[in-house]
Structures are given as C-alpha cells and as structure tokens.
Design a protein around this ligand. Structure first.
Ligand code: SAH
Ligand code: SF4
Ligand code: F3S
Length: 436
C-alpha cells in the first residue's frame, strides 16, 4: 500500500508542535503527506480533550469518514487518545492506532505493527525517556519555531484533564533545549516559542540545574534569536526573576500569558489553583512595575460549579482592574476523572452563556479603549504574512499584538522586522504604516 498520510490537529500550541514532530517522523519513515483525508491511506487526528466540544470533534470526523475509509488506517493521537485509550476501539472500530503524546518517537515501530496487519495498536505509556528526542520535527511556520521544554503537568486544577492526558511533569535537559534552539537559529529562525503546559515550573534535570528564568535568558542570548516567547505560565510558579530576565534581556518578548481563571478567591480555591486573587494581583503588579511595558493576556472560566453572581462580578471587576490586552474566555465544561465533577451547584448552560457574553463584552470595551491609545506609537513588527487582497503585510509586535500595515511597492518584507506606526486601532488588531 502506498504510504500517504493526512493529519488534522486540534487543540493548543503543544498539539500543533506535536503534529510537527509526528509529520517529521512519518516523512522520515518514508510516508508522504497529502492535503485531504480522501487521498490518504493513513488518517491521523491529533486530538484535544480540554472541553467536551473539543473531544466530540474527533468522533464526528471519524464518523463522517467511516464509509469512505474502507482501506484506510485511522489513527487517534493526542489528548483524547491518552484519555480514552482502548475505549476508542470500541467507540470507533475502524480506528487501528491510539497513541498519546509521550509515544510519538515510537510511531515508526507502531506503524510496522500496523503494516503487519495488527489492527489494535496502542502507545499510551508516559514512561519514554526518549520522548524529547525528536530530531525529525517538520516545522510548519517559517518565522517562529516552537520548542518543548517541559511535558505534562503536576498541578491538579479541579476542572482540568491535562494531568491525565499529558501525564506528570517532565522537564527536558537544558543541553537538549539549547541544542535545538541553536539548530533552529542556524536554520534562520529568529523567533522561538518555548512550550509547556506549565513552562515556568521548568527545572533542568541535569547538573546545570537551570530554572525557567535562566533558560529564558540563555535562549534569548543565542546569536540570531531576536524574540523569545513562552506559554503557558501558572501564576503559582510565576516568580519575580522571570520579570527581571525580561527586563534585562530585550530579546525576551514583553508579553506574558498568565491565566487567572476567576477573580474570586473562593472560586479559585474550588478550582485548586493554589493562589488567591491578591496573590495573582501581586504578579500583575510586578509586571506593571517592570521597566518595559509588558502586555498581559489571560484565560477565564465562567460558570465553575458554585460560582455565584457575586463571584462572577469579582471576575468582571478583575478585568477592569488588570486591563488585560486580551483574554480567552471559556464556559466551564465537565471533564472525565477531574475532581470538580464531584462538586455541587453546577451552573445551567444558559447562565454560562449569559456570563461568557458579559465577560467578552466587558473585555472588548477595555481593548477598544486601550488600543485607541496606541495610535501614533511605533512598534517593531515581525512580518509573518501578507493579505493579498488588501495589499497589506501582517505581523506581530513583541507584545503579541497583530499589526497589519502597508509598505513600499515591490518590497518583500516576509520574515523581516519592520518599524510600523499605528494609524488605526480595533479591539483585536492594529493597522499602521511602515516607517521607512
Ligand atoms: N496550563 C494552562 C492551561 C491550559 S488549558 C494553565 O494552567 O493556565 C487552556 C485553558 O483552557 C485554561 O487556562 C482554562 O481557562 C481552559 N480550561 C481548562 N479546562 C477547562 C474546562 N474543564 N472547562 C472550561 N475551560 C477549561
Ligand atoms: Fe490544567 Fe491546571 Fe495543569 Fe494548567 S496548571 S494544565 S489548568 S491542571
Ligand atoms: Fe487540548 Fe491537550 Fe492541549 S487537552 S489544550 S491539546 S494539552
């Protein structure tokens, strides 16, 4: 059988990067990537389980392709694979391979088993000392490179499946991270994004013993690297030396994504987030007092069990107080195995919808007001794309704002860093003109 594969990715940046590792591994094993599932002999879904809707997507896909897929091999990877394990074979009997993120280095062996006719192959162990050895990564984006520094999560937020889908925390050695970072710099990448479900609890397992702030500074000091980003930070592990590192190394982007989830300390306690509102606000103060202006973004969950109107108002009030640059708001979704399932007072769906709409409206007003103040400012933009129809370049500022701008005719700006003056501001993006 010709070895063609199609892959579709759901979920977060860690999954996006995992797919880059999977694609590289498959190509190196002799498979060819194709653009549609219909053309492919092997169909991979790299799945997300963070909310119920995300989990359902893969089953819809599997269902809709079932009839066309008589001779196809279907593989479910990622967080739903890890969470559901062999149960996936019962629910979708045409699936042949179920593997979680710690097993991707073993894909070639698993595929040999499939080629030998085995129709029930799994890779579900978290215990793979070679999981970080992914030399075949096929990076999708030519402008910024993802690098995993830590896998899994040891926090136990009561709503969250990630500790089950990605296992316990495992940090990669600093040497291995630096080797990959130097390699991507050598390939011409100027921007690196360090990845982990909880990047700032990074702890170098080797004798060098770097903490996260040291790692940031070292990656930001590699010749050729102009920007370093990181996601995601947990407030509990977000310590002052991280701000000091950003202050002292201009290559570290002035943007921090620091999910708060709720503005109410009692909801935070129910979520087992390990910080109070006041402790979160202390981190915000550090950032607001930094030498550079640091953009702050966050995640919010509305409708956590027991969230009263008063708790909800506390979240709205926190939005006003912090003035985030952007937020991602989610309705609480019940997840398997999580301890929040046992809590009383689940909030009705309509009420969650009402709350998320209010949160998003409030934040939109904040962004409209604050972005209007940016008109006239000049920012350095890393150019990542072009809107052909508008004749505009598209890129991001160090603060991770999207800035669309016009340049000079005939000039190719892709991949370059261009100073741009902001001329207009919307809630989610800015428009400007290159300062040439
Ligand atoms: N490790 C990151 C979060 C990763 S998940 C952190 O600790 O901040 C991304 C976001 O999804 C979370 O910040 C949270 O806002 C949301 N989320 C996670 N579980 C959820 C659930 N059960 N229901 C709704 N939103 C959830
Ligand atoms: Fe989930 Fe909490 Fe871990 Fe983030 S820190 S991945 S929300 S358990
Ligand atoms: Fe989803 Fe797994 Fe990421 S659950 S958000 S793909 S870690």
């Amino acid at each position: 059988m010709e070895k063609t594969f199609y892959i579709e990715t759901f979920g977060c940046q860690m999954n996006a990067h995992d797919s880059e590792k999977v694609i590289g591994t498959l190509i190196n094993t002799g498979y060819t990537q194709v653009e549609t599932p219909e053309e492919a002999n092997y169909v991979f879904y790299n799945t997300c389980s963070i909310r119920d809707k995300a989990e359902q997507k893969v089953f819809h896909r599997l269902q809709s392709l079932k009839r066309t897929g008589k001779n196809k091999v279907f593989a479910v990877l990622g967080c739903v694979a890890q969470q559901e394990g062999e149960k996936i074979f019962e629910r979708a009997p045409h699936v042949s391979l179920v593997a979680g993120s710690a097993s991707y280095t073993k894909l070639p062996e698993m595929l040999i088993q499939i080629e030998a006719g085995n129709r029930r192959v799994t890779g579900l162990s978290f215990d793979n000392p070679e999981a970080f050895d992914t030399p075949f990564t096929r990076r999708d984006n030519p402008y910024h490179a993802y690098i995993t520094i830590i896998e899994g999560c040891d926090k136990n937020c009561s709503y969250c499946v990630v500790p089950f889908t990605r296992g316990p925390e495992r940090s990669r050695t600093s040497e291995s991270v630096m080797e990959e970072a130097r390699r991507v710099a050598g390939l011409g990448y100027t921007e690196i994004q360090l990845l982990g479900q909880n990047v700032n609890s990074y702890r170098d397992p080797s004798s060098a013993g770097w903490d996260f702030a040291t790692m940031l500074d070292k990656v930001g000091s590699i010749p050729g690297i102009r920007r370093v980003r990181f996601t995601t930070s947990h407030p509990r592990d977000f310590v002052k030396p991280i701000i000091d590192a950003i202050d002292s190394n201009p290559n570290l982007c002035d943007h921090v994504h620091l999910p708060v989830q709720s503005g109410s300390s009692s909801v935070l306690a129910g979520m087992q987030r390990l910080y109070t509102r006041a402790e979160y606000m202390q981190r915000i103060d550090w950032m607001k007092n930094a030498k550079r202006s640091i953009a702050i973004t966050s995640d919010i969950i509305v409708g956590f069990p027991g969230e009263t109107e008063r708790d909800f108002q506390d979240t709205l009030d926190l939005l006003d107080e912090v003035q985030f640059d952007a937020i991602f708001a989610f309705k609480y979704s019940q997840r398997p195995n999580t301890s929040a399932l046992a809590l009383a007072d689940h909030i009705p769906e309509e009420e969650k919808t009402r709350r998320i709409m209010i949160v998003n409206e409030r934040q939109r007003a904040i962004q409209i007001r604050n972005n209007a103040n940016l008109v006239g400012e000049v920012y350095e933009v890393h150019v990542e794309g072009r809107h052909q129809s508008l004749g505009q370049w598209m890129g991001r500022t160090s603060q991770y704002r999207t800035l669309n701008f016009s340049g000079r005719d005939g000039e190719d700006l892709l991949g370059s860093y261009v100073p741009v003056r902001v001329t207009r501001a919307g809630p989610n993006s800015l428009v400007g003109e290159a300062v040439l």
